[in-house]
Design a protein around this ligand. Structure first.
Ligand SMILES: OC[C@H]1O[C@H](O[C@H]2O[C@H](CO)[C@@H](O)[C@H](O)[C@H]2O)[C@H](O)[C@@H](O)[C@@H]1O
Length: 569
């Protein structure tokens, strides 16, 4: 696999200052772990601290590693030289927030459901922020990156903007009639493309080495659909083309030859990084301590960062051995969902090009989307299982004559929710040919029904409990939404019913957990209604951008009749 390890930075001069700050914060993180102990320790907190003085002064004052600093010494050091994590974002009352917007959720007749939906809607106020002016004034003191508009963050430890989370934030904001905020959220991501060449994983200097599942064109499309604002599309359009080139570059593109000798181009995740992730450095170093050779440690770090690019960090989906994180091999996998999103991006770009009067580009992208459709059908579709499967590339670099040779046993036959995500394209074909026709969609639905993924409180991420957060028994809002929305538009009554059933279970579990804890959660345990999720490398988080967005979207798309029970049944 080709790897380019230099992270991308906006301005060459910034690079030194950004890495000096990160280096200091990682030393602080290491010393804080020694001083405070592992109980409740979150390494990300330390790389989010804004400096309240210059980096050299703070570095010189860092307590020496020997003897290990005491808790009191460490706390005094942090208080003296740093601001609080998150203090470089300030509250921003969104002017388009109305506590009870006109036309809000017209199909929700149940008073309990409506009252709760209004509470979820009100959470946008808590999650909306602005980057403090201090960040642009002294960028060398912040890992937070400046953004031009109001931001909406996921919540809790996720104090900054995230790429793919923003898609469901935007969907929710549109339900909440907060069109201006939705546009600002999208234009912040456009600014990241203009500055870095792609949308970063998140708006922090430690996320400049990778992206996340690419849904920017989908955000632009949905905002356009709700507002009809052609100028907005025109503004975003060049960035969509730039983002497409990023995903088509050598790092991400994989040529693969089918059994008829035809070469297809599909995409994979691959970060430009081979060091510990700064936000989780103590965790990554601990994992890599099992490995002796430096080159192998670097390979592991590269796989860890590439997995974070997938948004599914972490999951048995990316591991050769599901019980051993050191076997992560994400760059050797052609993922179903990534290629679904890029296909969608190509279709969206074709539609936008037409809208802005650029017919040649429209034709070019229509052609690209058709080629990717054929590639997905040829390389990832499995007609026996009636699912799309991730494809494992050989590790021995066997890329002969311009492409890897497709082999049927290289499709990953394990069941993951991602195997059903292409169904989502049924919801977004805007006049062009459906991605999967009615008969095929029906067979995929039957395969989903017998997959074991459909559980009491939603769709499980996988069937294997590895204690990683993107595995069983966790269910995630984006996955429920992509699949349910796809089923809803698959063309059969049965699919609509299944979509509604998934949405109902998901809304109920979110509602019950909210009533029990007073919060919306980042993930849920699909084995029981009202149970939040767990596992993974950090404490489960609340807030929570995409969960709020999905609940609001489900209530809009499916409604909630007056007498339908909203609590667990
Ligand atoms: O700090 C560890 C990792 O956290 C993020 O990943 C998780 O939260 C994101 C925000 O909700 C979400 O987009 C992602 O799907 C989650 O797995 C972050 O994106 C990672 O890069 C980071 O290493």
């Amino acid at each position: 696999a080709t790897t380019q390890m230099a992270p991308t930075t906006a301005v060459a001069g910034d690079e030194g200052a950004a890495s000096a700050l990160l280096e200091l914060l990682q030393r602080v993180q290491t010393e804080a772990l020694r001083a405070l102990g592992p109980e409740g320790f979150d390494p990300k907190l330390y790389v989010d601290l804004p400096l309240s003085t210059d980096e050299r002064t703070a570095a010189a004052a860092l307590p020496p590693p020997e003897p290990a600093p005491s808790r009191a010494e460490m706390e005094a050091y942090l208080a003296r030289y740093f601001g609080k994590a998150g203090s470089d974002l300030v509250e921003a009352d969104p002017p388009d927030f109305d506590p009870e917007p006109t036309g809000f959720l017209p199909r929700v007749g149940s008073p309990e459901a409506r009252a709760w939906a209004l509470e979820v809607h009100a959470l946008w106020k808590d999650l909306a922020r602005r980057v403090a002016p201090a960040v642009s004034e002294r960028p060398e003191r912040h890992t937070l990156l400046p953004l031009p508009g109001r931001v909406v963050v996921p919540g809790s430890r996720f104090r900054e903007v995230y790429y793919w989370d923003s898609y469901w934030v935007v969907r929710g904001l549109l339900v909440s009639k907060m069109y201006d905020t939705a546009k600002e959220v999208v234009l912040n991501l456009v600014y990241l493309v203009e500055t870095y060449g792609f949308v970063l994983n998140g708006a922090r200097s430690y996320y400049t080495n990778r992206s996340q599942p690419p849904l920017l064109s989908s955000m632009v499309l949905d905002v356009y659909g709700a507002t009809g604002d052609v100028e907005f599309v025109r503004r975003a359009f060049p960035s969509l083309l730039k983002e497409h080139s990023f995903w088509m570059s050598e790092v991400h593109n994989v040529p693969i030859r089918d059994n008829h000798g035809q070469v297809h181009n599909l995409s994979r995740y691959q970060a430009r990084w081979n060091k510990p992730r700064p936000e989780s450095a103590t965790i990554d170093e601990e994992l890599a301590s099992k490995i002796n050779c430096i080159a192998d440690k670097e390979k592991l770090y590269h796989q860890i960062a590439s997995t974070a690019e997938s948004g599914w960090d972490f999951s048995s989906r990316w591991m050769r051995n599901s019980t051993d994180m050191t076997t992560l091999a994400t760059t050797y996998i052609i993922p179903v969902d990534l290629n679904t999103f890029i296909f969608k991006m190509e279709r969206d770009i074709a539609a936008f090009a037409k809208l802005v009067g650029d017919n040649a580009t429209s034709e070019e992208f229509l052609k690209a989307s058709k080629a990717r459709h054929i590639a997905i059908d040829s390389i990832l579709w499995n007609s026996e299982m009636e699912q799309w499967l991730d494809y494992w590339l050989p590790t021995d670099g066997d890329c002969q004559q311009g492409g890897y040779q497709w082999k049927s046993d290289s499709q990953n036959r394990k069941i993951f929710a991602s195997n059903f995500i292409p169904l989502w394209l049924n919801a977004h074909h805007s006049g062009s040919v459906q991605f999967a026709d009615a008969a095929k969609s029906k067979r995929v639905m039957a395969s989903l029904q017998k997959s074991g993924l459909l559980c009491a409180a939603g769709i499980a991420t996988s069937l294997t409990n590895t204690s990683q957060q993107w595995d069983f028994p966790n269910g995630w809002a984006p996955v429920q939404h992509l699949i349910a929305e796809g089923l809803l538009h698959s063309g059969s009554e049965e699919a609509i019913k299944l979509a509604e059933d998934i949405a109902t279970r998901w809304v109920r579990t979110n509602y019950a957990a909210y009533k029990a804890t007073g919060a919306m959660h980042e993930k849920y345990d699909v084995e029981a209604c009202g149970k939040s999720g767990g596992g993974g490398e950090y404490k489960p988080q609340t807030g929570f951008g995409w969960s709020n967005g999905v609940v609001l979207s489900f209530l809009e798309e499916f409604g909630w009749p007056e007498h339908k029970e909203i609590g667990c049944t």
